[in-house]
Design a binder for this molecule. Structure first.
Ligand code: HEM
Length: 410
């Protein structure tokens, strides 16, 4: 990929969706940070956007309320109709990550309590139990595809239990969640994914109806309660919130575990250090979030007014994409940023974002990641790759960084 200074020129097209892009992304970001840190480009659908790659700028954009998350505020009805057909729009853009200011605060407050570090600490024993059960199932086989057999089921089981989704329906959610994440970033795929959206809505409709009759201790019941209390949550917001929690709970922590194991296997001295000093797990998790963060690019934002960054004029209505993965490798913020060091101090990475949309699930993701990696290394101390590292491929997704599969032996 070449970089051209493109002020006043046509913006080059970037396909951020491919495995090949992910493969070359870090050197590409490094060039951009040096030569063109506010980079104007064209997405595959023809839309012009700006890619922000330096740490300071990324942090500033994420904290700046001139950058708007709610597409209803920024886009014309025609643009919205083009991007999101009605049915899908209700699900995809009525949640906190697509909201600003008071709407955002209202929606986040409704679920915030369930995700505080104290509440999440209460899940520790259960997360440990789920982790051990998953490893029991593969221990005697001596090998597994770590993504499918361990990293993926763990966070799904946890979020499904929190929401009150019965065990027999979990597999369905994996499929739905994958399809919806792909489609939500590719308007041209939304129509194709319609049956999935419909199945999701139908399933949730039944679950909500059931919890209205038989309220339990789960999050769905708590949200229904908030809905029936009046103005706090509309029906559309309820469905959208559930979708956000399911997708966020499915698509991210899997990659913290998968990318974390990969980073450790690629850096045997770090792996040895962690095995010998399990108390390093907290800083190891932070380093994985920095080095191979599961969320490569923050979700779309639009400039609510003209904003000037490094002499580039981002015009009102322009789309802005913050490259968290690039900010986390910024040499002006991190010493030797391309070195994976589980003992790194002052690791203020942006892996969970920043500002009002800072990840709600961060305490849960950290706990799941810590328990998963420590248990894996304790029970399978001889863990190693079961394939040539060169054959490993990043999933072709837009926002995320995660492996398609990770074959290991132990
Ligand atoms: C390692 C795992 C995870 C990573 C790396 C991660 C990362 C992020 C990032 C970067 C954002 C901000 C996006 C932006 O500003 O555009 C975010 C927001 C969010 N995350 Fe996570 N996440 C993880 C796990 C989870 C989990 C397990 C949950 C809960 C089930 C969750 C729920 C959320 C929610 C609800 C938001 C929106 C917050 C808001 O708009 O106020 N995340 N996450």
């Amino acid at each position: 990929m070449t970089i051209s200074s493109n002020i006043g020129h046509e913006a080059p097209q970037l396909d951020l969706f491919t495995s090949e892009f992910k493969e070359k992304a870090y050197p590409f970001y490094a060039k951009l940070r040096e030569h063109d840190p506010v980079y104007r480009f064209t997405l595959l659908n023809g839309q012009i956007a700006w890619l922000i790659t330096r740490y300071e700028d990324a942090q500033a954009v994420l904290k700046d309320d001139r950058f708007i998350k709610n597409p209803h505020t920024m886009l014309s009805q025609k643009q919205i109709n083009k991007m999101f057909p009605t049915l899908e729009r209700d699900l995809l853009i009525n949640h906190m990550l697509s909201s600003d200011s008071s709407d955002h605060a209202r929606l986040r407050n409704l679920v915030h309590k369930a995700f505080t570090p104290k509440m999440i600490e209460g899940l520790r024993d259960r997360i440990q139990e789920i982790t051990d059960t998953l490893l029991d199932e593969v221990q005697n086989k001596g090998k597994m595809n770590l993504v499918d057999e361990f990293a993926f089921p763990l966070p799904i089981i946890v979020i499904c239990e929190m929401l009150g989704i019965p065990p027999e329906d979990r597999d369905q959610f994996r499929e739905w969640s994958d399809t919806i994440v792909e489609a939500s970033n590719r308007p041209e795929k939304i129509q194709e994914a319609r049956p999935t959206f419909q199945s999701f809505i139908k399933y949730m409709g039944h679950l909500i109806e059931d919890r209205r009759k038989n309220s339990t201790e789960d999050l769905v019941s708590a949200l229904i309660h908030a809905e029936t209390e009046g103005e706090k949550l509309t029906e559309k917001e309820l469905y959208s919130m559930l979708l956000l929690l399911i997708v966020a709970g499915h698509e991210t922590t899997v990659n913290l575990i998968g990318n974390g194991v990969l980073a450790l296997l690629q850096h045997p001295k770090q792996l040895e250090n962690l095995k010998n000093n399990p108390e390093l797990i907290s800083s190891a998790i932070e380093e994985i979030l920095r080095f191979y963060g599961p969320v490569e690019l923050a979700t779309n934002r639009w400039a609510g007014e003209d904003v000037l960054i490094h002499e580039k004029l981002i015009r009102k209505g322009d789309m802005v994409v913050v490259a968290l993965a690039s900010a986390n490798r910024d040499e002006s913020k991190f010493e030797n940023p391309d070195v994976f060091d589980i003992t790194r101090k002052n690791n203020r990475h942006l892996g969970f974002g920043m500002g009002i949309h800072y990840c709600l699930g961060a305490p849960l993701a950290r706990l799941e990641g810590q328990i998963a990696l420590l248990t894996l290394l304790r029970r399978m101390p001889d863990l190693r790759l079961n394939t040539d590292a060169k054959t490993l491929k990043w999933r072709p997704t837009y926002l995320m960084r995660g492996l398609i599969e990770l074959p290991v032996m132990f």
